[in-house]
Design a protein around this ligand. Structure first.
Ligand code: FAD
Length: 339
């Protein structure tokens, strides 16, 4: 593997993000990535570019500029209407070799998780997955990529000093959404797919959108999450009843998901979703670090547990000691009365 000299490294400039458009809509994680990229670019004295593979409209272009992109690299081709990781990887490899960005950020979602490792392997560069913090080393300009390690028990700061670009994935809701500047504009660079991009790639015959992920924990303002204490799917039905009355979404610990009481898209934590809700109600979740990583930034945390010594009860703004099977039905009854 080639070790980059200082001159090699200096030939790489600017911070890139990959903006995600699904079903014609820009995912909010694209703005969060731009916010993170802007802070890094300010420290490196460079620009923020975002790559968009697929169809993008005028409104979306304006929005990406408003959230911080200085340049948009647009590859608008019908071949990109369904996600094809091999094709997107070939295109990005070519564009990265052409424009030489110093840093590339991806969302740690299906697309980013499939693309980034493939791309890192092709470019022979490092990749840090699921970063919770990004910064620049003031001494040498390296990207400092912080993420939980060893089951979430320590935070590790990783750097890819010897290779370029430096690549990282970031989960939704981990980075703060920047304030848009609607007066800001930028430049669009239009790129095309070339025949070499499509050599030996599999052909997508049909793309099917699964419906099972109807839960959108990322956009919920209130989450009622259940743990092992819920004892089974019936316990989660009770949480759904409460959620429907207060306009919340239902989340879960991994223990509940592993037991098959609720599907994986509801899981919160290191191997599930990261959420930043106004209110998080943890029902019988002990609060192991792997769960806390996914919800500790929620504004108000309410915990219900029979044991008041658990990490979740200690973390909570409001800790209610008691049995979830008494407290939740009582709450639902009270809410129905006030209605
Ligand atoms: C690599 C790795 C990744 C992981 N990723 C995740 C992840 O993404 N998300 C995640 O959640 N976990 C994750 N875990 C698992 C994590 O370590 C815990 O095992 C899990 O979070 C425990 O779930 P729990 O709190 O529901 O269960 P428990 O720890 O068993 O807690 C159940 C709680 O319910 C309380 N209780 C019991 N009965 C009642 C009742 N009737 N009323 C009120 N309270 C009651 C108990 O006092 C207890 O506090 C991961 C683990 C590893 C090793």
């Amino acid at each position: 593997m080639k070790i980059y000299s200082e001159a090699d490294k200096n030939s790489y400039k600017n911070v890139w993000t990959l903006s995600k458009i699904t079903g014609g809509t820009l995912h909010t994680v694209s703005y969060e990535l731009l916010g993170a990229a802007r802070k890094l670019a300010a420290k490196r004295g460079c620009e923020v570019w975002t790559a968009v593979l697929g169809k993008i409209d005028e409104e979306q272009i304006k929005t990406l500029f408003a959230y911080g992109a200085d340049k948009i690299i647009s590859v608008n081709d019908g071949k990109l209407s369904a996600f094809n990781d091999e094709l997107e990887c070939n295109i990005l490899e070519r564009l990265i070799n052409k424009y030489r960005p110093e840093i590339v950020l991806f969302a740690a979602m299906t697309r980013g998780r499939a693309l980034a490792p493939r791309l890192a392997s092709k470019l022979c560069c490092g990749l840090t997955a699921d970063c919770t913090g990004l910064d620049i080393d003031p001494d040498n300009g390296d990207l400092l990529q912080t993420r939980p390690a060893f089951g979430g028990n320590i935070m590790a700061t990783i750097r890819s000093s010897d290779h370029r670009p430096q690549m990282a994935t970031v989960r939704p809701k981990v980075m703060q959404m920047p304030e848009p500047d609607n007066g800001k504009s930028g430049e669009i660079i239009n790129e095309k797919i070339i025949p070499e991009d499509t050599v030996n790639i599999k052909e997508i015959i049909k793309s099917i959108q699964r419906n099972e992920t109807t839960v959108n924990l990322g956009d919920a303002r209130i989450i009622i999450a259940g743990g092992r204490a819920m004892k089974g799917p019936e316990g989660f039905k009770m949480l759904e009843e409460l959620a429907s009355r207060i306009g919340g979404a239902v989340g879960a610990s991994r223990a509940a998901v592993d037991n098959g009481w609720i599907s994986y898209p509801h899981q919160i934590g290191q191997t599930g979703a990261t959420v930043q809700t106004d209110v998080y109600i943890a029902c019988g979740i002990s609060g192991q670090i792997q769960h806390l990583i996914g919800m500790q930034s929620c504004k108000t945390i309410i915990a219900i547990d029979i044991d008041d010594t658990t990490p979740m009860m200690k973390l909570a703004d409001i800790a209610v000691k008691g049995d979830v099977f008494e407290i939740i039905p009582a709450l639902i009854k009270e809410l129905d009365k006030t209605k």
